[in-house]
Design a protein around this ligand. Sequence first.
Ligand code: DX5
Ligand code: ZN
Length: 217
Amino acid sequence: MDILPSIIASDFSSLNDEIKSIEECNLKFIHLDVMDGHFVNNLTFGPLIVCAIRKMTNLILDTHLMISNPSKYLLKFYECSDIVDVHIETGKEAFECIEIAKRNNFKIGIVVNPETHPKYIFPVLEDVEQVIIMTVNPGFAGQEMIESVLWKIEFLHNFRTKNNLPFKITIDGGVNWNNIYKLKNLGADRVVMGKSFFSLSIDERKNYTLKFKTSPQ
Ligand code: DX5
Ligand code: ZN
């Protein structure tokens, strides 16, 4: 299972060192939370910062758009991201983004909020690289996981097997070094980790990551 550190929980005054620490842990991805103060109640950063991060690392950049009208900015984010994720709650916009990604052969993820039933993403599951199951209401790092939505992992896992589809299942929100094992056993392929990763010292990040990777649980 892959751990995707979420940069919004990092110390932006030493962003380069924070990113290097992800590489030193031998992880493959960075998760970038883009928020517009409209789709969610918080503001973070836009393509300028994503493109600056692109210059700092060869890690896979996974850009999670929590913005209204994502189709308007999609190509801008693809200039420097490897995967861009859009929320099904943006409705027609999400379908438009998936069409754009398909036409350009870009990797796209679809995201479902805690209160959204995963049946709404059935029509796009053939076209997405990953499904992100939100286990907090999007907007802020450091929230507690809403465990009552974890049934969606098995639900999507079964759908994937039955239809022989390749999409990955990613969990975003409140993942920590205790509940990560449960997520793995339920069938998650990737987990986003904000506070529980970046609140550690760099040595602890390496130790915890290694311990998880080598643990039989
Ligand atoms: C929440 C974001 C998450 C968040 C995860 O709106 O989408 O990616 O940064 O942070 P933690 O792991 O601290 O919940
Ligand atoms: Zn996210």
